[in-house]
Design a protein around this ligand. Structure first.
Ligand SMILES: [Zn+2]
Length: 560
């Protein structure tokens, strides 16, 4: 205790919390001995906590007996070696496992007044002839200069019209060895400005092929607004060498009438990359979300609002939030049509205006849950109670990181508050639930969404509104697990000023010795109380090296 008080004031942080982060899956039996081995190693190296996440902790309403039995074995081993197990709860920004209970709780973006036409008992989306990607087959060109583009990087140097390797027709676009475009840092892209209708859901698709393309993970097909901010955030997951593959990206136009479609690579280096048969088209109600805060509206040519269940059958997309399993959303599949009920009011040939909300994934299928639909809070409450019952923990870890989509549906918009405030309210709700479940339990949370030098910013992915100020109403008793080693001085000082204690989530699958420099920065602020060995690739090889670098023999360790 004395040591701890001294260290709070003096230069060397007392590392009372020496944690390991583990993402696991307890369904395979062999996970248990593996985790037990990790616990023993961790204890020997001086660690005293294990933060554990398993999507099954969220997705299973009632964990089967074998799951409880495995968990009990892990908890017993942890206790015997003196490592405390801290369960993670509420992964609201990686919400698939929570959404397994009800995929319709996904945060959903609005489509407004899309044009449908009644034909033969159904209404189908009517394509807008003005919205298109011109010369998407790359057939029209003058030498290597393609028609229809606003710009093309490295014409004849790194971007070419290929008349031999094509997906269809007689030509394709080929990028080759973009690293030679040193003046633009290997960026090799084409851009075309396209017309959009506001508040519509669009699909951008293309056929892509690669050959020895070493920066395949930096290849993008994306749409930006005229200020250069992205409207789409999905990644393509290409391999360096891969045969012709169709890629899909979807986006909501928001209030925009012009989009900039980019295809190519940022920071490319070596190899070949082809594009062909690019298409831009409006989507019907694919991944439509059905809940009170995400209403569907169908309006007839004379302004009559048609009634679901009387004029048209309940609108459902059976693949929305169910493929490949509950809680997951496919990037693209065919949209359902609106089926009319015989005897209903819409007439053959009538033009309808249809509004709905759709799930919108970012990156590789990541979705966020809606904070405002009342059912969400029931779900979150049940999860905290369930995990509280399973682990009987003294500590909970709130997994509120990287929340990319927020504040679009009517349930959210009706609250009339900023996403920063919405986020704080959610965390404070979770803290109340934790307190109600396990009296006296401590709570911990990832830093990024509350860090103005990280993700608490004005424009963040598909967050509708401003995240600046997030975290300002959180209690100082909540400990911040800081992973902003990129801007250590600013970030550490920010949370210290708010009175939070902090744990440094270091390692990140790179040099374990880097924690030393970060701890030196931490010595300049009060309240840094620990470190966490954090791996995203299940890599524990450096567990001991990280421990030596972090606390070696000189750092005071203190009691929790
Ligand atoms: Zn919402």
């Amino acid at each position: 205790m004395f040591l701890s008080c001294v260290a709070l004031l003096a230069g060397v942080p007392t590392l009372a919390y020496r944690w390991v982060y583990l993402q696991t899956n307890l369904f395979p039996e062999e996970s248990v001995p593996r985790i037990e081995g990790l616990l023993r190693r961790a204890a020997k190296a001086g660690y005293n906590g294990l933060v554990i996440t398993d999507t099954k902790m969220q997705s299973l309403a009632e964990p089967p007996p074998f799951y409880r039995e495995r968990l009990a074995r892990i908890l017993a081993t942890a206790k015997s070696v003196g490592v405390e197990v801290v369960p993670a709860v509420l992964p609201v920004g990686y919400a698939g496992s929570m959404l397994a209970h009800n995929p319709n709780l996904v945060e959903a973006m609005p489509v407004r007044d899309a044009v449908f036409r009644v034909k033969g008992g159904a209404a189908e989306l009517e394509a807008d002839p003005e919205v298109k990607y011109l010369n998407g087959g790359f057939e029209e060109a003058n030498g290597d200069k393609l028609a229809g583009l606003a710009f093309q990087d490295g014409i004849g140097k790194a971007s070419f019209v290929d008349r031999e390797t094509v997906h269809s027709g007689k030509a394709s676009l080929r990028f080759e060895n973009p690293g030679q475009l040193t003046e633009i840092l290997g960026n090799a892209r084409v851009m075309q400005e396209v017309r959009l209708k506001p508040w519509r859901h669009y699909l951008l698709s293309a056929w892509v092929k690669t050959e020895g393309f070493d920066r395949a993970d930096s290849v993008r097909a994306t749409v930006l607004n005229t200020e250069g901010q992205p409207l789409s955030f999905q990644e393509l997951a290409l391999a360096p060498t891969q045969e012709w593959t169709q890629v899909h990206v979807t986006f909501n136009s928001q209030e925009r009438t012009v989009g900039r479609v980019y295809l190519g690579v940022w920071g490319g280096n070596k190899g070949k990359l082809w594009f062909d048969d690019v298409r831009l088209e409006e989507l019907g109600p694919m991944n439509v979300v059905r809940r009170p805060g995400a209403p569907v509206k169908v309006v007839g040519a004379d302004g009559t609002t048609y009634v679901e269940g009387r004029d048209f059958e309940p609108l459902r997309d059976p693949k929305s939030g169910t493929v490949p399993w509950p809680g997951e959303f496919e990037t693209y599949h065919a949209a359902p049509s609106i089926k009319l009920i015989p005897g209903g009011r819409p007439k053959e040939g009538e033009q309808l205006r249809v509004s709905w909300h759709h799930a919108q994934a970012t990156e590789h299928g990541k979705t966020a849950i809606c904070f405002s639909e009342p059912e969400y809070r029931e779900l979150a409450r049940r999860e905290i109670r369930r995990i509280g019952g399973l682990f009987q923990p003294k500590k909970f870890f709130l997994a509120h990181d990287e929340i990319r989509v927020m504040n679009w549906c009517e349930a959210c918009r009706r609250r009339g508050i900023s996403p920063a405030k919405m986020l704080d309210e959610d965390v404070n709700f979770a803290l109340r639930e934790i307190k109600a479940t396990r009296k006296g339990a401590e709570a911990f949370i990832w830093s990024d969404m509350f860090d103005p030098f990280h993700n608490a910013v004005a424009d963040y992915y598909l967050v509708n509104g401003d995240l600046r100020g997030a975290g300002s109403s959180l209690p100082p008793s909540l400990t911040i697990v800081n992973w902003n080693s990129g801007r250590p001085a600013n970030s550490l000082a920010h949370f210290a000023k708010r009175g939070h204690r902090q744990i440094l989530a270091g390692y990140y699958d790179s040099d374990p010795a880097q924690i030393k420099a970060w701890l030196a920065d931490a010595a300049k602020v009060k309240g840094v109380v620990g470190v966490m060995y954090t791996t995203w690739s299940d890599k524990y090889d450096d567990l001991e090296a990280f421990a030596r670098a972090a606390w070696g023999s000189k750092t005071p360790l203190g009691r929790r």
